[in-house]
Design a binder for this molecule. Structure first.
Ligand code: MOS
Length: 741
């Protein structure tokens, strides 16, 4: 498939024209505006909140704090043990006077306009009894421990893992041992998180909310406010990027619902950019120690990988940091350990390629270091350790064309022109570096439903409560439906982003096409069966005694495969039966194949950098990526997604770092002037390739996930290119000029 044969992005024109309605843009009558006031200390207690000036300010409707906040029914104050929250408990909004992190919500001001709310918020005076806080990850890492959740779990993948004899590393002919550091990084989508909450009576809640899962948000809000699930409606139709920040329900959404219930009028709450750094999670600070033993031919003997990430004092956020090391290469002896450090910070969350992008930076940097130690080309080294099966689970791959990915990308990139020695390639006074890295990402498929409705006029509506945080979900689903039913995509509408629709998982873990795509496929197949039954029931029908496999669906018609001149239009079938519409809803989930095969997406990235030897400035000048994610549903949007991953990876490699002033436990990078992400001028020409072969074992459409694998190995590829250009191995991201001069 090519870009030309692809569908243009569904909803694209609406976004460009400004007619797409984002969560903060619903104009409800009588809408009140809320703003969060947040803590300026990292740990301690609130000793007083003076709200009287704020309450008297013009247009103010209410000020909520832990002193006067209505109870959150699902989280009653009476049944909670007094004192600080224990590890493993969710954050409790306006629950008591304890402070767990700098930026914690301590009050909510609601007023007639956003400006009035903001002014009143400035009048609130909070006094604190501060306690000694710990926010510095590196300074406190000796306190890291095995997470309680892992200790309690029977079969957590994060438990300490060993295969073979990891001690064999001691005798290995060549040894690489290094520490790799990733700073805290924040997802900063252009659209900030926002909620509009509106109640109907005391038991019906609707929220227009930026999130990545309308059904999970519905469930969480139903729990928080003790409502019947069906009495909570969540709408999230257009999303201006999320990257993981919307996977869970955060306190601001609950705050908006709480205030709306109290005031009996709709309330809107939009996070300010600075609040986006303390309210919706982040990629956690992580330090990894990785030791690799190999023989002189580069064959891996043993790998020992220990990863430690940060989390809050009250919750444990776990990441897949060390998991890839067990699966990516053929290595007989492997040990991994995962630890967490609780700090006085807010809880991190998943950020594109969570854990995997972190772990792969260490693993693929270390492999690159090994390539120089043994004097073998980095790509050749990876081929020598190619895993023909999953040695962790001792299973065959469902499909794996990583070798083809390497070949395709290396050829397009011109890898063979690479001079082996670091610092030996120059271009107009710049040091040129070629770097590469592999990537893999686990396959995730969750139960999902979809409904397909054929109207008498020949148009099709397909529905599922899935999301589109940017990849173009509607585009891909339209394409799947068009392919199954032979209906022109211009006659298909795909509905998503509302909890009223058939059940679907949130958009996370690159699971949407495998999960929801499979459900759309199943619903369309089911609709075909219904249409065939209806057609067969028509007098003298040539479709009697015919099974679905003998029928084609093309151009809005049903045809006999053996005799394509025998056709009937789908509209005609409905007309004959005097039906306005025919619909089919299906449930789709994975089966026993999960136990027979190991399922992953695979890929690789090749990057060229130019480094200014005087200033240490790094420019990515070319990038080529190739992914094996099974069947590509729509090339154009898939390509965009792969490019987005490269851009995110370049940001991760060269720019993104959330810097905290540990005197206050507060981020000093809390806007786009100080938290740098790539802009157009930072991004070069990029070439994207897909293997585009169906994986027969994952689902009927043969498609795996693409969203995460697009970023997973990028930071390592950039770091490896920087080493090749300069001979300097940077093991701490981001690779800023100060580290190179
Ligand atoms: Mo992704 S971090 O699962 O949005």
């Amino acid at each position: 498939m090519t870009d030309k044969e692809s569908l243009d992005r569904v909803g694209g024109p609406e976004k460009v024209a400004g007619t797409a309605t984002y969560s903060a843009e619903y104009h409800l009558k009588n809408l009140a505006h809320a703003i969060l006031v947040t803590s300026i200390i990292a740990k301690g207690e609130i000793t007083g909140i003076e709200t009287r000036q704020a309450e008297k300010a013009p247009g103010v409707l209410v000020v909520l704090t832990h002193l006067n906040s209505p109870e959150i029914p699902g989280n009653p104050k009476a049944v909670q043990p007094a004192g600080r929250a224990a590890v493993g408990t969710a954050f409790r909004l306006f629950h008591d006077h304890y402070i767990y992190f700098n930026g914690q919500p301590v009050a909510l001001v609601v007023a007639e306009t956003p400006e009035k709310a903001r002014y009143a918020a400035s009048l609130i005076e909070v006094t604190y009894q501060a306690e000694q806080h710990a926010t510095d990850f590196e300074a406190n890492i000796s306190h890291a421990a095995l997470p309680v959740n892992i200790q309690r779990s029977q079969n957590s993948p994060f438990k300490d893992y060993e295969r073979g004899n990891p001690g064999a590393i001691v005798q290995a002919e060549v040894k690489i041992e290094a520490t790799y550091t990733i700073p805290t990084q924040h997802h900063q989508p252009l659209e900030p998180h926002a909620t509009i909450a509106v109640w109907e009576g005391d038991d019906k809640l609707t929220v227009y909310d930026k999130n990545q899962g309308v059904k999970s948000t519905q469930g969480n809000l139903a729990q928080a406010f003790k409502l019947k699930r069906e009495n909570v409606k969540v709408v999230s139709k257009y999303i201006g990027g999320a990257f993981g920040s919307g996977i869970r329900v955060w306190p601001h959404t609950v705050a908006a619902a709480l205030a709306a219930k109290h005031l009996k009028r709709p309330v809107k709450l939009v996070l300010g950019r600075e609040q986006m750094f303390t309210s919706v999670g982040y990629r956690p600070y992580t330090i990894q120690k990785l030791a690799i033993g190999a023989d002189r031919n580069g064959k891996l003997v043993a790998m020992v990988h220990e990863g430690t990430g940060q989390t809050s004092q009250y919750e444990e956020h776990l990441e897949r940091t060390i998991l890839a090391t067990r699966a990516l290469y053929a290595c007989p002896n492997v040990a991994t350990k995962y630890r967490l450090l609780n700090l006085d910070v807010n809880t991190p969350t998943w950020m594109r390629g969570p854990g995997d992008a972190t772990g792969m930076f260490a693993l693929e940097s270390a492999l690159d270091e090994l390539s120089y130690a043994v004097g073998i080309d980095p790509l050749e080294l990876r081929l020598r350790n190619y895993a023909e099966m999953d040695h962790e689970r001792n299973l065959p791959w469902s499909a794996k064309s990583l070798r083809k990915c390497y070949e395709t990308a290396a050829e397009a990139f011109g890898w063979k022109n690479r001079a082996a020695a670091p610092g030996s390639m120059k271009h107009k006074g710049m040091l040129t570096g070629y770097g590469m890295a592999s990537s893999l990402y686990g396959f995730h498929r969750h139960p999902a439903q979809a409904k397909a409705i054929l109207n008498r006029d020949g148009t099709l509506v397909v529905q599922s409560a899935t999301m589109d945080i940017g990849p173009g979900t509607g585009t891909a689903m339209t394409r799947i439906a068009a392919g199954r039913l032979g209906i022109s995509s211009s006659k298909i509408r795909f509905d998503l982003g509302s909890s009223d629709l058939p059940d679907a998982p949130g958009q996370n873990g690159s699971s949407t096409i495998p999960s929801v795509g499979s459900a759309v496929y199943a619903a369309c197949e089911s609709l075909k069966n219904k249409l065939l039954t209806l057609a067969a029931a028509m007098p003298g029908s040539p479709f009697q005694h015919v099974i679905t496999e003998q029928v084609l669906f093309k151009n809005g018609q049903m045809l006999l495969e053996k005799e394509t001149s025998t056709a009937i239009s789908l509209s005609e079938i409905l007309e004959h039966h005097n039906l306005q519409q025919v619909d089919a809803q299906e449930d789709s989930r994975s089966g026993a194949e999960r136990d027979k095969y190991s399922m992953y997406s695979f890929g690789c990235h090749f990057v060229e950098v130019q480094v200014n030897p005087l200033t240490g400035e790094v420019r990515v000048t070319r990038a080529v990526t190739c992914a094996d994610v099974g069947k590509i549903i729509n090339h154009k949007t898939a390509r965009s997604q792969a490019i987005g991953g490269l851009v995110g990876g370049i940001g991760m490699a060269l720019m993104e770092a959330s810097v905290m002033d540990h005197r206050f436990g507060r981020y000093v990078t809390s806007d786009f002037a100080t938290y740098h992400i790539p802009v157009h001028a930072d991004i070069p020409q990029m070439d994207v390739f897909f293997i585009d072969e169906a994986d027969q074992h994952v689902n009927a459409i043969g498609a795996k996930g693409l969203g995460e694998i697009a970023i997973v190995g990028v930071a390592a590829a950039v770091a490896n290119a920087v080493f090749h250009a300069t001979g300097k191995r940077i093991r701490e991201l981001p690779i800023t000029p100060d580290k190179l001069v």
